[in-house]
Design a protein around this ligand. Structure first.
Ligand code: ARG
Length: 293
């Protein structure tokens, strides 16, 4: 289906993970309720699964930043550049210098948001797997002003999507571009205009519309490496859909991380994101304008 190439994912071990505050609806009633030894086993199983098909890089965990295990929120990586996250909630802001230090040690160029623009990294910014396009979510965490800034800095077309259901507070909780140009999506998480933008940009045979049951188990929060997909849950219908498109489905239960509002994809940050066109190709519009070139 797609060419095999080297993939690397950043993960952060859950040594200091716990649900210790409430910043999304999933955390309500779960403070101090995660089974931490089960969490450690679930994380290890996910890590081992991914490591069989891709490289896993680990950054050190730290006390006082329990959500740093969700490395997807550290930043947005494209080629040798990373746009560092600037968290909406004070609870997660102490993660910013830790992610910055790790990215700098990797030799990445680190770009930062203005102080008044929240941006939550690859939680809300997902590169299309087929075209040079960045899908960005806003409405709960990332500010709407992040999209035009990133479009200019990275010289990439951005399609902004408005999230309207508080349970799907990051784009990666309900939306997942897959190799081959496929897209897993829970459409009711978006406003009408965004649903239209999605269905007009993605051909029907490439759209994998996920139902509510799968969506509520964060099936769209999928790690994709080549033809492999790793996810917390897949109904028989969803599994058959994915297998029918050539994907190998690995279900790795992540109940203890769901209590913080995260699953497989949130626990990883893809570090290998090549540009899909030459850097000096013509500029494009942003926010839904199609390329004229
Ligand atoms: N408790 C974390 C938060 O609310 C969970 C983050 C999940 N990450 C993600 N990429 N969706 O920020």
């Amino acid at each position: 289906m797609q060419q095999q190439r080297h993939n690397a994912f950043l993960m952060c071990p859950p040594e200091h993970y716990e649900v210790s505050y409430v910043i999304n609806p999933w955390m309500e009633g779960n403070v101090a309720h995660a089974d931490l030894s089960l969490a450690a086993r679930q994380w290890r199983t996910l890590r081992e699964g991914i490591a069989r098909v891709a490289e896993v890089r680990e950054m050190p965990s730290a006390s006082g930043v329990p959500d740093m295990v969700f490395t997807a929120n550290g930043g947005l990586v494209l080629a040798d550049t990373v746009v560092l996250s600037h968290f909406r909630h004070a609870e997660r802001q102490p993660e910013e210098p830790r992610f910055r230090a790790w990215f700098e040690a990797q030799g990445l160029r680190v770009l930062t948001m203005p102080d008044d623009v929240p941006f939550e990294g690859a939680g809300d910014a997902l590169l299309d797997r087929e075209s040079e396009l960045l899908w960005m979510g806003y409405g709960h965490r990332t500010g709407v002003r992040a999209a035009p800034l990133i479009a200019g800095w990275l010289d990439i077309e951005v399609q902004s999507l408005q999230l309207v259901d508080p349970r799907f507070y990051h784009l990666d909780t309900c939306f997942c571009p897959l190799e081959g140009g496929y897209l897993m999506v829970y459409l009711p998480a978006f406003d009408a205009a965004s649903q239209k933008a999605i269905t007009s940009r993605v051909a029907p045979h490439r759209l994998i519309a996920v139902g509510e049951e799968d969506a509520l188990h964060f099936a769209c929060n999928t790690v994709n490496a080549g033809r492999h997909v790793f996810l917390n849950h897949a109904s028989a219908t969803l599994r058959a859909q994915l297998e029918g498109k050539g994907f190998e489905v690995h279900v790795t239960p992540l109940s203890e991380f769901m209590k913080a509002g995260g699953a497989a994809k949130c626990l990883t940050l893809k570090m290998t994101e090549p540009r899909r066109r030459a850097a000096n190709a013509p500029l494009h519009g942003i926010d839904g304008k199609r390329r004229s070139a």
